[in-house]
Design a binder for this molecule. Structure first.
Ligand code: ADE
Length: 224
């Protein structure tokens, strides 16, 4: 899967995706992250990409032309992959949305800054707005990183074992059961006996009960 990222801070993106599972996914060729620096398409030699808002008010607004030219540098005259604008006004990202996005071969992520983007660039190129939660970030980059992380691990081949995400929180609508590893006792806390019993069907049953019980307590809203 190809993630194109239109951003004023490509270093932020490239650094974040170079580690851990995403870094490995990139090196193995299962995903690729292509940052385009919007400042390379500034309107003048001072690198200007923003201006004060028409109608007055605080802050600066990112200008439409540099964003459009950055976008065109990816798509040329051909058809465009979906363009997702990271914004608190978007649909809130869920596991289901991450799964939908992971089924696409290529997307373009647009990261805004300052007070936002000139509305006309949103009208012109954006297919969908996505938020990562009901709070306001200083820019779209952390949100793009979160989205790429949640999506890449669903791209076949990115995680080691093909189905190692199947048991996880949200993949079946419930939270994940608790995990334990050595030592068997930690500061007086024991590993639940069933896990060391070697009785696979009891372990499976216990895990399902734990999943349901913690979802009821921690996230009752997930149980409809
Ligand atoms: N940009 C600023 N805040 C954001 C949020 N909550 N989600 C996505 N993009 C954003």
């Amino acid at each position: 899967m190809i993630f194109n990222v239109l951003t004023l801070f490509p270093e932020m993106i490239n650094e974040a995706v170079s580690h851990s599972i995403m870094g490995r996914g990139i090196r193995s060729g299962h995903i690729s992250v292509n940052c385009v620096n919007i400042r390379d398409f500034a309107i003048n030699k001072h690198g200007q990409v923003d201006d004060s808002p028409y109608g007055g008010g605080a802050g600066m607004v990112m200008m439409a032309p540099p964003v459009y030219d950055a976008y065109k540098s990816i798509v040329g005259e051909g058809t465009s992959p979906p363009v997702i604008y990271l914004s608190p006004q978007g649909r809130v990202l869920t596991q289901k949305i991450a799964e939908e996005i992971a089924a696409l071969p290529e997307i373009i992520l647009l990261c805004g800054h300052y007070e936002g983007l000139d509305e006309r660039i949103i009208e012109e190129i954006v297919t969908e707005e996505i938020s990562i939660g009901d709070y306001v970030l200083t820019g779209g980059e952390p949100a793009a990183i979160v989205l790429m992380d949640a999506v890449s691990r669903l791209v076949p081949g990115v995680l080691g074992k093909a189905d190692s995400y199947k048991d996880e929180s949200f993949s079946d609508g419930l939270l994940e059961y608790p995990h334990y590893t050595r030592p068997p006792e930690f500061r007086g806390r024991m590993v639940p006996e069933v896990l060391t019993s070697g009785h696979h069907s009891n372990i499976e049953k216990w895990r399902q009960e734990q999943s349901l019980a913690r979802t009821k307590v921690k996230r009752p809203d997930l149980i409809v």
